[in-house]
Ligand binder design. Structure first.
Ligand SMILES: [Zn+2]
Length: 299
């Protein structure tokens, strides 16, 4: 997309551990393409609203059969959300978290197996393609989205162009330590962006965000990020119902969404927790419709 610079939007999310407070999440959208990148960011300085960053110019022509959104659409009418689908109780066996590269990758891969099992029936039911995201735990990620966030900027991120969840190991270990619920919450949030991508929501939101004035663009960013929290929460509940996760595990993971800094791009601390808990509270994907929520609920 020549002439359109990528944008950063910022918000925060941390775990319940005080040492982990204030890790913002960042979303990077690129107009008119499916190059959306969603970052889980570390707050190291005050971030304002969307701002251009130096970056690579991207090629257009990324129109994909994986998405039904090629124009700004009323996202609340997306078939993911209307009439809403229950996420299947996911039966899978989460591994204990280990901190070596092999152990951590194995933990994430089992998490992705579990996430796939939970979300595949939903995607099939609404006629969307089912594609497992790829995973990278490389310490120096090189996403096809063209911009590799620095460690100061990103903890984890999703790149729509290469359908990959990037979980740089050293960054995750420094931030999430040995908290399996925290690691899985990050993964579930990024997978939420993958679901948004497969259903066309991510590209549609990027188009809408790019066309909007700053304050509206920020609200669109918050609706996107808060929805990823909620979708992540739905998965956690599904994994609990399937016996893969204990109630305590899910509670700790859910709480990690709320112990954070308020952000104009990802929402207030209260709302970040609230949307995650809408997910972990069960229900259907309709409960994750941030797009028709009142502005006060996505502040
Ligand atoms: Zn995100």
């Amino acid at each position: 997309m020549i002439g359109n610079e990528p944008r950063y939007d910022y918000a925060s999310m941390g775990s319940s551990r005080s040492a982990r407070r204030g890790w913002p999440v960042v979303i990077l959208g690129v107009l008119g393409t499916f190059l959306m990148v969603v970052f889980w960011m570390a707050a190291i300085r005050d971030f304002g609203g969307p701002r251009p960053i130096a970056g690579t110019a991207y090629a257009v022509g990324e129109q994909s059969e994986l998405s039904d959104a090629d124009t700004p659409v009323d996202i609340s009418k997306n078939s993911l959300l209307v009439p809403g689908r229950e996420v299947a109780a996911a039966q899978c066996a989460m591994l204990p978290l280990g901190t070596t590269a092999a152990q951590l990758e194995a933990f994430y891969r089992e998490g992705l197996v579990c996430l796939d099992r939970a979300w595949t029936p939903v995607l099939r039911a609404i006629g969307k393609p089912v594609v497992s995201p790829k995973l990278s735990i490389a310490d120096v990620p090189k996403a096809r989205c063209g911009v590799t966030p620095t460690e100061d900027e990103a903890l984890a991120f999703y790149c729509n162009r290469d359908r990959t969840i990037y979980m740089p190991r050293e960054r995750l270990m420094r931030s999430a330590g040995d908290s399996a619920p925290y690691h899985l919450a990050v993964l579930a949030h990024e997978y939420g962006h993958h679901v948004q991508a497969l259903t066309g929501i991510l590209s549609a939101s990027a188009l809408r965000e790019d066309a909007a004035e700053e304050s509206e663009a920020l609200e669109i960013s918050r609706r996107t990020e808060l929805q990823a929290n909620c979708l992540g929460g739905l998965f956690l509940d599904a994994a609990k119902r399937g016996g893969a996760l204990s109630a305590d595990f899910v509670d700790e993971a859910a709480d990690s969404f709320g112990d954070t800094l308020s952000s104009e791009t990802h929402g207030s601390r209260r709302n970040q927790l609230a949307w995650a808990k809408r997910g972990t509270g069960g229900g259907t994907t309709a409960s994750c419709d941030t797009w028709s929520a009142q502005s006060v609920d996505v502040e």
